[in-house]
Design a protein around this ligand. Structure first.
Ligand SMILES: Cc1ncc(COP(=O)(O)O)c(C=O)c1O
Length: 387
């Protein structure tokens, strides 16, 4: 079956952060929102049908995560990432950001150092700082149009004794799908310096065609024992509002400790619709996802071609994964503040501000391309009208 990703779906008035809060977050009702990472794309019928079927039952009582919930995750990891996991390794979390915060609370003490690679998804900073832990950063660097990890700097930072490192794999916002060599080096350095590795793989299903995601814990048994992997169908299938994700912990001691923490703080349940949607997504979602990836890659290419032709001063990078693209406006010659004002007040396009991702985000913006191509065109036309 062929899916239609060109459909325009009005979202205003649904309590939707992206469209109903443009005034609050972007400073104007008429700003086209190309920011927060959900998709302006219909969730597939096999998910809505499963949800409706559950709704048909007249009682929504207490529930538990069934065997089928766990098995659907096991099958998806095997089918999409050739990663053989045991259902026993899976812990529920009500969202990944919440999960990262729980992991930090559980595996570090106040004042401990936590290492992240910048620029990166802003909540990585927040979960560390709001929990009273100390941030240590390992900045990525550019070679040509590709961001790379700086392993010398990483080793120096690991010598400072961080208890935990969080990576974004694939990386939000720079769009790298880290390759096995890069991931092995990070994981082995973490092992060498006794630093627990958390791999946030929420974007793992959203690689561009031709790029393959590597779950870092798949690289070796030893690495698996020192790695905690965060996954979810929420980005892939546009289910962010259901707050249902899985944290995969092969190491039995770490898992027992985390499960006890989640149990004691009563974070083990989530909501029944999240479980139903996850199962449907992971059971029937492969074909839809492959068509979506092609469509998103088309949006990425469209955006790159448009900018190269009409506003070549806006630089893009090698884009291997995620529907979020990193744009660099430096060559236009504005200060970051002038740029933000021009984008919001003149172009009336709302991106995620690059500086929220770290100092390297000066003069950069993140655009969300998970929308019908017509919306991408509209955003780019608005840019070309002012630059
Ligand atoms: C790297 C990364 N982790 C986590 C999240 C959010 O996860 P959740 O909505 O499950 O908290 C996002 C959303 O964009 C993300 O990019």
């Amino acid at each position: 079956m062929e899916y239609n990703f060109d459909e325009i779906i009005p979202r205003k008035g649904t309590g939707c952060l992206k469209y109903d809060k443009t005034n609050e977050f972007l400073g104007g009702e008429d700003v086209l929102p190309m920011w927060i990472a959900d998709m302006d794309i219909r969730i597939p019928d096999f998910i809505t049908d499963a949800l409706k079927k559950r709704m048909d039952h007249p009682v929504i009582g207490y529930f538990y995560h069934t065997d089928e919930f766990y098995h659907s995750i096991v099958r998806w990891m095997q089918m999409r990432h050739q990663w053989n996991i045991s259902s026993k390794w899976i812990c529920f979390s009500p969202g990944i950001v919440a999960g990262l915060s729980f992991l930090i609370q559980n595996f570090t003490e106040k004042g401990d150092k936590v290492l992240i690679q910048t620029p990166v998804y802003p909540p990585f900073y927040e979960v560390v700082e709001k929990n009273g832990r100390e941030l240590v950063t390992n900045p990525l660097y550019l070679e040509g149009d590709r961001f790379l990890m700086n392993f010398n700097d990483l080793e120096e930072k690991l010598k400072q004794g961080p208890k935990l490192m969080i990576i974004s794999n694939p990386h939000n916002p720079v769009g790298r799908c880290w390759n096995p060599d890069e991931l092995r080096q990070v994981a082995e350095l973490c092992l060498k310096y006794h630093c627990l590795l958390i791999s946030d793989e929420i974007h793992s299903d959203l690689t561009m065609p031709g790029f393959k995601h590597t779950p870092v814990a798949k690289l070796s048994d030893e690495i698996a024992q020192n790695t905690i992997t965060c996954m979810s169908p929420s980005k892939t299938f546009n289910l962010a509002g259901l707050f249902t994700s899985e944290i995969i912990i092969p190491n039995p001691q770490l898992r027992a400790r985390f499960k006890a923490f989640m149990n004691d703080t009563v974070h083990i349940y989530g909501n029944v619709f999240g479980d139903v949607a996850l199962q449907a997504a992971y059971s029937y979602g492969a074909e839809w996802l492959d068509q979506l990836r092609v469509y998103l890659a088309g949006n990425v290419q469209f955006c790159k071609d448009f900018l190269a032709e009409k506003i070549p001063q806006i630089k893009t990078y090698s884009h291997e994964a995620t529907y979020l693209m990193w744009l660099n406006f430096k060559e236009l010659g504005y200060t970051h503040e002038q740029l933000s004002q021009k984008l919001l007040q003149e172009a009336k396009v709302g991106f995620n501000d690059g500086t929220a991702f770290g100092a390297a985000g000066d003069n950069c913006m993140r655009i969300n391309l998970a929308c019908p191509r017509a919306t991408v065109k509209e955003a780019l036309n608005r840019l070309s009208a002012i630059f």
